[in-house]
Design a protein around this ligand. Structure first.
Ligand code: E4P
Length: 286
């Protein structure tokens, strides 16, 4: 197969899926996890089904075991580990989790949300040479804020635009990826675009055509791609979008991150859902 320039990450909290994808493709560049995916991990599901609700320490320990299993299976794009946060979590609290999670494996990327607190946590992290993946990105302004907040990082930072969730609200999610790539082409290259919330083969092929640096893909889409003999987009490839176009914004990447409008309803909802899925695995207070 022609290995795409875009690094392929498995979007999953289950090491078995990493193995399956690796077997099918012969390689896996990395993996992304999140609290919803961890709640779906077969071992965690078994624990919950048997009536064992976890303490937050136990949940952290289980998460650690999962990423420690995945870590040696993947390549240089690493394993993204997401901090647990809700609308009240401070930057310091996120950073403390991030610091601990970063010690779990040698190839960790710490995921923080594209919120003011998440960006502050990212700023603290890059100063300590902790690699970051800024998640729940739904706007070009958020991506510009990520660029500004992580400036000076010694290692590339990732930003994860969520394609499928924008499609879900009737927008062309791939436009966001295209717009961020265009905006970053004028930058210094310290932020890499990791296309996330990929739901179809067309999404994946368009990522290849746009040459996004990375894409995180559910195992079933990778299986579909493999079943078709891993096609690559040719010159004639046209992405057929169903949603409303997202216009490009002219933004100044040299501005302070605080000057960008980073509010987005889907970021707020995304944090709520991750927090709910995380809490569902925890013991209820007596
Ligand atoms: C990966 O980093 C994201 O958490 C994931 O791609 C989200 O995908 P979803 O919108 O299908 O939940």
């Amino acid at each position: 197969m022609t290995r795409p320039k875009t690094k392929i990450l498995v979007d999953s909290g289950d090491p078995q899926e990493t193995l399956r994808a690796k077997e099918l493709l012969g390689f896996v560049d990395g993996q992304t996890t999140n609290p919803s995916l961890i709640a779906k991990n077969p071992h965690i599901k078994e624990l919950i089904a048997s009536g064992h609700e976890l303490s937050s320490r136990e949940e952290m320990d289980e998460y650690k075991k999962i990423v420690q299993t995945i870590s040696p299976l993947v390549g240089e794009a690493g394993v993204s580990i997401e901090v647990f946060s809700d609308e009240k979590t401070s930057a310091q609290e996120m950073f403390s989790q991030g610091e601990e999670m970063y010690t779990w494996i040698p190839n960790a990327y710490i995921k923080y949300p594209c919120t003011a607190e998440g960006l502050r946590a990212a700023q603290m992290s890059v100063k300590q040479a902790i690699r970051v993946n800024m998640t729940l990105c739904f706007s070009q302004q958020q991506a510009a804020a990520v660029y500004a907040a992580t400036k000076g990082t010694k290692q590339p930072a990732y930003v994860s635009p969520f394609v499928g969730r924008l499609d879900d609200i009737g927008q062309n999610g791939m436009d966001l990826v295209k717009n961020i790539k265009r905006m970053f082409s004028k930058g210094d290259g310290h932020v890499l675009v990791l296309a996330a919330s990929i739901r179809s083969l067309e999404h994946l092929l368009y990522c290849f055509a746009l040459q996004t640096e990375l894409a995180t893909v559910p195992a079933k889409i990778l299986e579909l791609w493999a079943s078709k003999n891993t096609p690559m987009p040719d010159e004639q490839f046209q992405y057929r979008a169903s949603g409303k176009p997202i216009p490009y914004e002219e933004l100044d990447l040299e501005k302070a991150w605080e000057s960008f409008d980073i509010q987005h309803e889907l970021t707020r909802k995304g944090i709520e859902k991750f927090a709910a899925d995380y809490r569902a695995t925890l013991a209820r207070p007596a």
